[in-house]
Design a protein around this ligand. Structure first.
Ligand SMILES: [Zn+2]
Length: 356
């Protein structure tokens, strides 16, 4: 008898608890319905919300204004519950379509402080867009609205949204032959390449350059010779202090502003890597003549096959930060030199997108 009483008591308690809970849920649902309809959702939308979303997602919806195509978001195959808050924020603040918004959020292109519009979408969809740079692209575009998006992206990738010699960082030496040295990437004062070799006099200036680049140069030299052409190394590796002297002399004779267009400041010269050479053609007396020689014609067609690229091309002055230098070649190895050549990009841009 006592046992039966206990069982009845427990059963009653469970039922009461269950009823209380059920009642509570009903109240909540009604409460949320009121809230949702207060924002502007109609009964169909509320039913959709209640059937698709859990309580925490519904609370997120309640934190935003009414969205007339909420259904399109919830029905989208790429919809992710955890991104709901961000979807709604962009829906409320832009004219972008649902597909674009879902793409932006799902792929982490959402950066606070950017006003999203068609231009931002165009930037994101560009082949050379680097996700981390999105805010910089947008800021740069806002200051240069006459530029097309391709140009905006290539300029920012080459750091041109910063003044030359500002926002500089150390050269990433772990990249080996693929290091980038320019007006934003600096070599240490004490950096000396570890495998410099002395150049034989038949190849030009008997100073030094990096062994791998030198071996490649020799093969290129012989190939050109077979075609009846002859160029030689006028300037190979330069130490930090050598570059310092060179630059200071140019500043003295030509002024800092001019010197900066053709001479690197110490630490910012590719020549310090031992991977760059200035070439001259036999029979000429200055670097400036090189662009008019058959040797140059041959090199712009063939240098990449031996691992070298023309580093400061014509019409890319604004990207490289240097005047057109038909005489300056940079060793990258055949694979990457060929890819850079075929891409039509400067190495500054190529590095940002593919190497960095
Ligand atoms: Zn040079």
């Amino acid at each position: 008898m006592k046992k039966i009483l206990i069982v009845i008591l427990i059963a009653t308690a469970v039922s009461v608890l269950f009823l209380l809970k059920f009642k509570d849920e009903e109240t909540t649902k009604v409460f949320k319905q009121d809230e949702l309809s207060k924002i502007g959702y109609n009964i169909d939308e509320i039913n959709l919300i209640n059937s698709t979303l859990d309580q925490s997602s519904i609370n997120i919806i309640l934190e935003h204004q009414y969205i007339n195509n909420l259904k399109d978001i919830l029905d989208n195959p790429d919809f992710k519950k955890e991104n709901l808050d961000s979807y709604l924020e962009l829906m409320n603040n832009t004219d972008l379509n649902v597909q674009e918004i879902i793409y932006i959020i799902n792929n982490d292109y959402y950066v606070t402080g950017i006003t999203y519009n068609d231009k931002v979408v165009e930037i994101i969809k560009n082949k050379y867009c680097i996700k981390d740079y999105l805010k910089r692209y947008v800021n740069y575009y806002n200051k240069n609205t006459d530029l097309d998006i391709n140009k905006v992206i290539s300029n920012v990738n080459a750091n041109l949204d910063y003044e030359y010699y500002t926002n500089t960082s150390s050269v990433d030496l772990s990249k080996g032959n693929l290091v980038l040295v320019n007006k934003y990437y600096k070599l240490d004062k004490n950096y000396v390449p570890d495998d410099l070799v002395t150049i034989e006099s038949k190849y030009g200036n008997t100073r030094q350059m990096k062994k791998e680049a030198y071996e490649a140069f020799k093969i290129m030299f012989e190939a050109a010779k077979k075609d009846g052409l002859h160029f030689y190394i006028a300037s190979p590796y330069r130490s930090y202090s050598y570059q310092q002297t060179l630059y200071n002399n140019y500043v003295k004779s030509d002024g800092k502003k001019n010197a900066d267009t053709y001479s690197a400041r110490p630490g910012y010269s590719e020549h310090q890597t031992g991977l760059a050479v200035d070439l001259m053609a036999t029979g000429t007396t200055t670097l400036n003549e090189f662009g008019g020689t058959k040797e140059y014609e041959w090199l712009i067609k063939n240098a990449h096959k031996y691992g070298f690229i023309l580093r400061y091309p014509k019409d890319k002055e604004d990207i490289t930060g240097y005047i057109y230098e038909p005489w300056h070649y940079r060793y990258l190895g055949v694979d990457i030199a060929t890819k850079v050549y075929e891409s039509g990009l400067t190495y500054d841009e190529y590095y940002a997108y593919y190497i960095r």
